[in-house]
Design a protein around this ligand. Structure first.
Ligand code: ADP
Ligand code: MG
Length: 256
């Protein structure tokens, strides 16, 4: 079973088709890196995977469960999808971590409070939440910054807190949408190092990025998107050395 299974995913905005029937499988423990020009639908794909956007057609499964829907068997034996109530969708979404370009930390909360806030909604004790939060801060290299406020941290540190906050909810998979695009160049490496550590620990990750060197080193699979479609998928050594599709080759030539 795939950790993430996407089938026939389509999405339009104002009559414009932004995803045109996307199929994708990400195995448990796999790191899939998504490349593609601006406007090709990468963010929309991630947002559909965790149901921040509702697909027009197709579906997403995470560890077997259809996200946003419940499978029901009709009297005639057909299986149909029934929309889940928002509370249940929220529960599913907790299992799908997402890290954005903008870190979106709560500015009036300390670093540790940013990490415990979401956990408490999951029903664990404050002590347990704080303990998990401290361990995760250490994991992202920020031990000792528990009481800092986000505005006192660099962008790279804030993004590492945002990653720790996502991990605190113990998601099955983590989606990254251009996690280093808002950072000054000298802060990119520290964030990529954290993502690389997660990759090496066996987490299932989907990472949209323009960091080609990172993709080459860390990806199990590279996915190239253009105009709402997955144009090409392959091992990094294959895609970077000998992409089959001319659009992939053009894109890689332009960003390298
Ligand atoms: P990418 O992440 O690859 O740059 P996006 O998925 O963000 O691409 O966007 C794909 C296209 O969909 C773009 O043309 C964008 O303007 C459009 N789009 C994305 N989200 C919305 C929205 N909420 N409303 C209208 N258009 C949108
Ligand atoms: Mg985007």
């Amino acid at each position: 079973m795939s950790a993430i299974e996407v089938r026939g995913l389509s999405k339009s905005f104002g009559g414009r088709e932004v995803l045109r029937g996307v199929d994708l499988d990400v195995a448990t423990g796999e790191v899939a890196i998504v490349l593609g020009p601006s406007g090709s639908g990468k963010s929309t794909l991630l947002r559909c995977i965790n149901h921040l956007e509702r697909p027009d057609a197709g579906y997403v499964r995470v560890n077997g469960d259809v996200i946003g829907y419940r499978e029901a068997r009709r009297r005639d034996g057909e299986t149909v999808l029934r929309e889940l109530p928002p509370r249940e969708v929220a529960g599913q979404r907790r299992r799908i971590g997402m890290v954005f370009q903008q870190f979106n930390l709560f500015p009036h909360f300390t670093v540790l409070e940013n990490l415990t806030e979401g956990q408490l909604a999951g029903g664990i004790s404050p002590d347990e939440a704080a303990e998990r939060g401290r361990a995760l801060l250490a994991r992202v290299g920020l031990a000792g910054r528990e009481k800092s406020y986000p505005s006192h941290l660099s962008g790279g540190q804030q993004q590492r807190v945002a990653i720790a906050r996502t991990l605190a909810l113990q998601p099955d998979v983590v989606l990254f949408d251009e996690p280093t695009s808002a950072l000054d160049p000298e802060l990119v490496g520290e964030v990529l190092a954290v993502i690389r550590d997660l990759a090496e620990s066996g987490m299932t990750l989907v990472v949209v990025t323009h960091e080609i060197g990172f993709a080459r080193d860390v990806a199990d699979t590279v996915i190239f998107m253009d105009d709402g479609r997955i144009v090409e998928t392959g091992r990094p050594e294959q895609i970077f050395a000998a992409a089959e599709h001319p659009r992939t080759r053009e894109f890689l030539a332009a960003v390298r």
